[in-house]
Structures are given as structure tokens and as C-alpha cells.
Design a protein around this ligand. Sequence first.
Ligand code: C2O
Length: 563
Amino acid sequence: RDKNRLAYNLELRGSILNIFAGDHRKPAENNTTTTTTTTTYEDIGAHKTIASEISPNLTTCHDSYGRPDLLVNCCPPLSDETSVVPVDYRFPDSSKSGLRVRRPVHLLDHDYIVKYTKALTIMKSLPHSDPRSFSRQAQLHCTFCTGAYDQKHSSATIDIHGNWLFFPFHRMYLHFHERILGSLIGDDTFALPFWNWDNPESMLFPDMCLEGPFVDSQREFTHFKHVVNLNYDDEMEIVAEGQEQVDANLAFMYNQVISAAKKPELFMGCPLYPGQDGFCNGPGTVEEAPHNTVHYWVGLASNPGRENMGAFYSAAWDPCFYSHHANLDRIWDVWRDLHGMHLPINDTVWLNSYFYFYDENLQLVKIKVSDVLNTTKLGYTNEKTDLIWLNRRPRPSVPPKTAKHILKTRETNNEMFRLQLLINRLEGRSLKNPITIKVDRPKPYQTKREIEEEEEVLVVYGIEIKGDFTVKFDVFVNLVNETNAGPSYREFAGTFVRLAHVVRRRSIATSGGNRKSNLKLGISELLKDLDADKDESIWVTILPRTSSCVNATFDGVRLDYLR
Ligand code: C2O
């Protein structure tokens, strides 16, 4: 049998190589700042590799890196996975018990907290050999976020951050976690709470998380008397207080969920395909922030990787990780409803990708992305709460005409500024200092139909971080004054936030080694608000927000169109 398997593997490998050799599907990262391309997920997916989906090969679990200097082993006991036959996922029958209703943390009552406390206490008391135990649950996140598994049919590892697997993977993970908690207290209506940091009522660290089994000593407690900064970077420490921060957060939410995320790829993240060549690194707007930023804000600043929450390998050891992610899960649905994206991605690679989880009955279950697109079928729903940020569309900080006039004059009168605009078009520019680039718009005069169908996308491409650092920078359009630039104003287009995390990739050397990433931000609405939708070019400013930006470079900024 082994011989057969070997032959099969070799054959497989041969065909993988053949396919890759003749396949130059990857859209070239153009050097010029003006290329006119309109792409959809389907265009990029026109190629097909040998595996038609992404899934972990359970027999390949290996050591991985939690931080560049920290080797971790997040593998489950081997026998648990290799000797067990998984069953296909089946939707729960909630006709008798009704849907589980996830509630916002600020509305939890005493009885609920008692219940959750009991469930978590039992979960924490289970031995590590039990897949339902808290330590196994926490470890599961480490397994997938550090690339401890290879993919099936490939030596490429799996990463569930920075690509289109982010939302579905975490939904599966929470789904089983929630059902296990419920079953441990014999309550099939038990639902996780969500920490709705997007609501002014919940912008402080949740009280619940500071009691009993929810406590985690590895947190940055100095932050907890302040309103959370959803666009946090640790160097601008608490710039705003109280209401000012609340307002900035609401405007930020508007940008991240509404104006910058009008097309699936912008929200869901880049399409990851099977095999080494399918690699992509480009999280959606909300994964960049508030997802990454809240992780970073909660984690203990004096720990090397801001463990627990600040580093993915350790994050799920913080019991409030799950409330943070329940909110992200809810925001996925909010986005879906706002933009009418009930099937966000119609690509079979995505739809068929699958993972394995132990359920509440200790059964190993195989679950596909297409299984988790409807929460009602999964047996839960999120309680409706106010979405105050829906009508917090930010306004320009300077009247747009004035701003453009100032920038033009600066360009004509200031030799240095003009020179900078040119130099900044070079590849491999350092992100050490603020940078302004003049970017031509390929289609300044779009037809009405184009305007309706296409989203103009600002792409900061070829971002490379040398070493493994947490790096954050913000991106602005037609910005005049850098000093109080932030998400409160319309000039803010979005943010790039990369938490230090290593994913072990087995053969970087053989795969061309191009591991650069792109930041994509929808700006059609922003251009309109800045009175720039008919202009032939715009000024794009990148403001580094962490001193680690010294280690980051990028190749350029261009405008694309997404359908
Ligand atoms: Cu998988 Cu918030 O991380």
C-alpha cells in the first residue's frame, strides 16, 4: 500500500510541477503607477491547480514558529488525528431548542455570566488529551496560524490569516467552541457573547473578561481604563480621550466596513489557492483593523510578541479572544447585508476548502467553507444592536477645493516636494518617513455604468517587511496637513497592520520567493467626497505609524478597478 501511495505522490508531484511550469497566471505587479486592469476573483481563479481546494494534511503536523525566535509545537496528539475517521459536517437541528442567540457584552446579565463561567471552568478542567479542553481549543488556533500543517497534495503550509480563509475558518472554530461550551453544561441554547467594540457602550475592555476564569494575566491592563483605539498603534499612545476617541472609532468603522470594502476581495482578503504558487498575503480591511489592532491593544506590551492576544500563536489562550472573534463574525454578516453579498465569493476553491474540528461529541468533523455561509443553518444568530457608525461618514478636514489648491501650489513652488513626488515612484522605497506620491488615475472619466459596477481601488503594492516586525502605516488621499491626520477625516483611506507572525513555509526557495504583500482599499466614495472623482491624478500620502516601518519597503501605489 505504501508503495502505491508513493507512486501516487510522485505522480501527483509531477503533475503539480507541470501545471506550475506553464502557468503564469499571477497578475504581474507592474512598475508603473498607471495600469488599467479590472479584475474579479474569478479572473484570478482562472487557473486551476491539482488540488481543487485547500485543506490540511493531518499527518504532516510539525513544529512551527510562534515568533521568529520561538519554536513552538502546537500539534495535537498524533494518534488523535491519524487514526480517526472524520465524518462530514451536518447542520444541527435547532427546531426544538431554537437558535442560539449571541449577545453583546454590554447587555449580558448575571445569570448568563454565571452560566458561561461554569462552562469555561469545566472546559479548563478537562485534561489536554480531551479535544474539548480549553488548552486544546487554544492550541488549535496556534496550529493553523503558524502553518503547522502542510496542505493536502502539496508541501505548502496553511495560513488562515491574511487571505480569504480568515472569516470562514474563524467562524468554524467558534461554532464548535460554542457548542462544546454548551454541551459541558447541558445547555443547547448556550451562545458566545460578542465584544462589540464598534458600539460606544462597549468600547472599554469588557467587565466580564476581568473576572473568574476569563482573567488572563498577560494583558496590557493600563489600557483598560481608556476607550479602545480601533486604529491603535503602540507608538501614538492614547492620542484621544473619551468622546473624541469614540467618534474616531465610529468614523473608522464606517471606512473599514463601508467605504473601503465595497467589493468582496476588499473585505474578505486575497484569494489563496492550493500549493506554493497559490500563496497570497493581503488581509481584508477589517482583518487589518480592528481585528489586528484590537489584538495588539489587549496583549501585554512588555512581552516580546505582546502575548497573549498580540501574537497569533498565543492569542486564543486569552478567554476573551472568543468574544473578540464573535464580533468579527457578526461584522462579516453586517457587511454581507449592507452590500448584499450573500455569496461573497463564487469560486469553488474557496467554497470547497475544508478543515477538521472535534465537535461536542468528540467526533472529528470535516467542514467546508460552503457550510458556514449561513449562520441560521449553523444554529445561531447575533442579537441586533445599534450600528451607530452607519451614519458616521467622515468629512474632509479641509474643504476639498482648498486642499487641492494648496497641493498644486506646493507642487509648483516647492522644488523639493516636486522632486519627492518623482523619487517616490521608485521601487523598493523605504517606509521610514512619510511619503507623498502623485498617482495618475487610469479612468478619470468613467461612464455611468462603470461607476456603478466598478470600484476604484488604491493598491499599495509590493510591501515587504525585512525580518518579522509588527508594522503599521496609514494611507491618505489629498492630505494637506500630516499633524492630526487620522480616521476621523475623509482623507483617511485605510491602514496596513501586520502583526509579527511567522508562518513556516517549507520551500520558499523553490517557489520564487516572492512573499510581498499588497494593501487594497476601495476609494470611489472617498474620491467623490474629496471632490476628486473627475481629477486626472491624486496625491497619496503614506504615514508610518510604527518605528519598525524602517524595516518595510514597498514598490509603488497604483489604481485598479474591481468589479
Ligand atoms: Cu486567528 Cu484574531 O486571530
